[in-house]
Design a protein around this ligand. Structure first.
Ligand SMILES: [Zn+2]
Length: 71
């Protein structure tokens, strides 16, 4: 299978994969199952796997910590 650029006559900006006001939180117990929460959220977040709840300030991944890591 070949990627034919002629099928893409217009260059469009990539749609955002996620809203910019969401931040990732890594669960200490299951870091492979991060959550997305509103950056304004100030309560607790519950692990999807085991249900343990953590204060958001403990688990929030600040954008600065992801510098240059393009996925
Ligand atoms: Zn958990």
């Amino acid at each position: 299978m070949r990627f034919d650029r002629s099928l893409l006559p217009f260059s469009r900006p990539e749609p955002l994969a996620e809203p910019e006001d969401m931040v990732r939180v890594d669960m200490p117990c299951y870091p492979e199952e991060p959550l997305k929460v509103d950056e304004e959220w100030e309560g607790e977040v519950g692990c999807l796997i085991c249900g343990i709840r953590y204060p958001i300030e403990l688990v929030r991944t600040l954008p600065e910590e992801e510098g240059g890591n393009a996925e």
